[in-house]
Design a protein around this ligand. Structure first.
Ligand SMILES: Cc1cc2nc3c(=O)[nH]c(=O)nc-3n(C[C@H](O)[C@H](O)[C@H](O)COP(=O)(O)O)c2cc1C
Length: 173
C-alpha cells in the first residue's frame, strides 16, 4: 500500500479477529516506530509487546477504554530522566512528540500490512506498569491494540483544512 493511501484510509479498529499475529509483523510495527524523529535523537522509548492470552486478558481488565479483543497489545513507554544519548536534561514536550511520532509510524505501518489498530489512552497506567514490571524510569504512555480488523472501511473523511490553517500570519486563510 502506498503511504498516501495508508494515511488517508487508516482508521481505528473496533472489532478484531482472534487469530494470532506473526511475530515478524509485530516486529515490523516496532521497526516503523523507532524510525520516528526524536529531539536530539534521544530515542527515549520502549515498546512492550504482549501476546500471551492470560496477560492480554489482564491488560483488558485494566483498560476500560479498550473496545474488542485484540490479538496483541503494544505498550508505548517513555524513558524519563536525561537524554540517554547525550546525558542532557530532556524537554518533556519534545519527548511526548517523539512518542507520538512513533505511534503514527506504527499505526501507518500496521495499516499498510493489513493489521488494524486502536490507540488506547484510557487504561490504568500504574496497574499496567506494575503488572508488566516496568522500571520506575519508564512511563507508560499508550497502549496500541493490534489485530486483523473485522470493521468495514469507512468513507474517506472530508475535512476542511482551511479551518485549521493560517498562512503567513494569524487570521489569514
Ligand atoms: C492518545 C490517544 C488516546 C486514545 N484513547 C482511546 C481510548 O482509550 N479508547 C478508544 O476506544 N480509542 C482511543 N483513541 C482512538 C481515538 O478515539 C480515535 O483515533 C479517534 O476517534 C479518531 O478515529 P480514527 O483513529 O478512526 O481516525 C485514542 C487515540 C489517541 C491518539
Amino acid at each position: 500500500m502506498e503511504v498516501v493511501e495508508a494515511i488517508y484510509t487508516r482508521q481505528s479498529t473496533r472489532l478484531f479477529k482472534q487469530n494470532p499475529i506473526p511475530v515478524e509483523s509485530l516486529k515490523q510495527l516496532i521497526e516503523a516506530a523507532v524510525r520516528a524523529p526524536t529531539a536530539s535523537n534521544a530515542q527515549n522509548w520502549m515498546f512492550g509487546i504482549v501476546t500471551d492470552p492470560i496477560k492480554l486478558k489482564s491488560l483488558r481488565s485494566l483498560s476500560p477504554g479498550l473496545i474488542g479483543h485484540p490479538a496483541a497489545m503494544i505498550l508505548f513507554c517513555i524513558r524519563t530522566g536525561t537524554n540517554p544519548q547525550t546525558g542532557e536534561p530532556q524537554i518533556p514536550e519534545y519527548t511526548w512528540m517523539g512518542i507520538g511520532s512513533a505511534l503514527q509510524n506504527c499505526l501507518i505501518m500496521a495499516h499498510s500490512i493489513g493489521l488494524g489498530t486502536r490507540p488506547i489512552g484510557s487504561y490504568h497506567k500504574k496497574g499496567v506498569a506494575i503488572y508488566l514490571n516496568l522500571p520506575e524510569n519508564f512511563l507508560p504512555v499508550l497502549i496500541v491494540a493490534v489485530g486483523e480488523s473485522l470493521d468495514e472501511p469507512r468513507k474517506p473523511r472530508s475535512i476542511n483544512i482551511d479551518k485549521v490553517t493560517f498562512w503567513e500570519e494569524w487570521g489569514e486563510s
